[in-house]
Design a protein around this ligand. Structure first.
Ligand SMILES: Cc1cc2nc3c(=O)[nH]c(=O)nc-3n(C[C@H](O)[C@H](O)[C@H](O)COP(=O)(O)OP(=O)(O)OC[C@H]3O[C@@H](n4cnc5c(N)ncnc54)[C@H](O)[C@@H]3O)c2cc1C
Length: 418
């Protein structure tokens, strides 16, 4: 039986980042165990580092479009319509997202120089392209909801937008840009963390299932896997949408993490037609480092279903063609659905569980796990070592879901397991 200080359960971008951060000092014996369940999120992601965009609800264009058009059909006053209220995340999330975002330039350099791995970090900005008065009102609502972040917002009139992004439709009337928001390649970020961790001495158990977790009293002592037992002092639950099973094995406690499906289309490789990432009220569009155009995404609660749906994919493609007419001639290379690890309040779940020793959460990153992986690694490294954390993690603790008697409050959605 192998003996480890820390066993990380799950090797997506979160488990990878934690493994890398913990292994930097090379003073701990660490194992990373991962089996790629269909729908694992890190391979499905768009790779946006959209700290301002995600904190103001601009990662979910399709939802906005649907909600708003339904309300307008019902005769709502546009400036008061519910669909026109931006989905502003609470301050602790906003701060966490911005702090994580700011880590990427240095992290990128470190991974490149020390480990020869390239996440393809690109400074792109994120433009919310406006097509009509509804888009403009919505953008203005966002800007006025974040008075202390004005320095990151740039307004572009139509001519400026078209000079910076000449392939955008002439029907556009302008844009609001977040100059903080950039992108990476999601596959490469995940692989970069895992490879750098391996170079630092982390043992990788890939294509390996965690099948159970052992405890003596209230202390976690070992992880059972399809390749044998790994004895350990601590486990980190980085199981993505499957985190609840790991929690049940380790702690006997429910974990309010549930899969939220997102469908994406990717084009064949194209010459550069976009200089930055864009989002609209129909979809978001990002040209990746290899030339592919990525168009996302739906947000659906359908359990662990990872099928794709032509009607929704067509809706995304039509939204993209409206924004960039020349995409009418593109070929679609692939489409897929991935499972975001949702949490009831859309905040990640980080840190210990009440009454359990040798266990840490790093799950529930929903639609921003790429963006927040950097800070999650840093925080988990501090937590595992018992050091003060760089951010107050109280808003992210599991305890927020418990009432005074220790029972889970509210409801959450969970339909199936592995
Ligand atoms: C369509 C889509 C677009 C997205 N776009 C963005 C974006 O632009 N920007 C952004 O920041 N985020 C984005 N996200 C969200 C982001 O991808 C996720 O938040 C992030 O990948 C979560 O990482 P994770 O490591 O927690 O989960 P995962 O990547 O799912 O990794 C968890 C891993 O643990 C494994 N596992 C679980 N249980 C076991 C077990 N018992 N034994 C072994 N292995 C196990 C799983 O199979 C999986 O490999 C997007 C997600 C989707 C689906």
């Amino acid at each position: 039986m192998s003996q480890y200080d820390v066993v990380i359960c799950g090797g997506g971008v979160i488990g990878g980042s934690v493994a890398y951060a913990l292994s930097r000092n090379k003073d701990l014996k660490i194992a990373l165990v991962d089996y790629k369940n269909p729908g694992n999120a890190s391979r499905a992601s768009a790779g946006g580092l959209w700290a301002m965009g995600e904190s103001t609800g601009l990662g979910c264009g399709v939802i906005l479009f649907k909600t708003l058009s339904k309300q307008l059909q019902e005769g709502a006053d546009v400036s008061q319509a519910e669909g026109m209220k931006p989905h502003i995340m609470p301050k602790p999330f906003f701060d966490l997202a911005m702090m994580s975002n700011a880590m990427y330039p240095a992290l990128n350099q470190e991974l490149l120089e020390k480990h020869g791995v390239d996440m393809k970090f690109e400074k792109t900005g994120l433009k919310f392209v406006l097509f009509d008065q509804y888009d403009r009102i919505y953008a203005e609502h966002i800007a006025s909801a974040v008075p202390d972040r004005q320095q990151h917002i740039r307004w572009l009139d139509r001519d400026t937008l078209l000079s910076e992004e000449p392939n955008i439709s002439r029907d556009a009337i302008g844009a609001m840009e977040f100059d903080t928001d950039h992108q990476i390649n999601p596959y490469r970020l995940n692989d970069a963390y895992v490879e750098a961790a391996r170079q630092n001495g982390v043992d990788l158990y890939l294509n390996t299932k965690v099948t159970g977790i052992e405890r003596q009293g209230n202390r976690v002592t070992a992880v059972q896997t399809s390749r044998g037992k790994l004895s350990c002092g601590m486990i980190v639950n980085a199981g993505g949408s499957w985190a609840e099973q790991i929690s049940l094995w380790a702690t006997g406690m429910q974990m309010p993490v549930f899969p939220v499906k997102g469908q994406v289309l990717v084009s064949e490789k194209l010459p550069k037609i976009l200089n930055g990432c864009i989002t609209t009220s129909d979809c978001y569009i990002a040209q990746k480092d290899n030339g592919e155009i990525l168009i996302g995404s739906t947000t659906e609660e359908r359990g662990y279903d990872t099928s794709t749906d032509l009607t929704l994919l067509k809706q995304l493609a039509q939204g993209a063609m409206k924004s960039i007419p020349q995409l009418r001639d593109m070929n679609i290379k692939r489409c897929w659905a991935g499972l975001r690890p949702g949490s009831p309040d859309e905040l990640p779940i980080l840190g210990p569980m009440p009454g359990i020793e040798g266990y840490m959460n790093a799950c529930g990153h929903f639609r921003t796990g790429m963006l927040t992986s950097a800070i999650t690694g840093k925080l988990l490294n501090e937590l595992v070592r018992g050091e003060p954390t760089s951010v107050d993690i109280t808003p992210f603790l599991y305890d927020r879901f418990l009432n005074e008697s220790g029972d889970m409050v509210g409801e959450y959605h969970l339909e199936a397991s592995l």
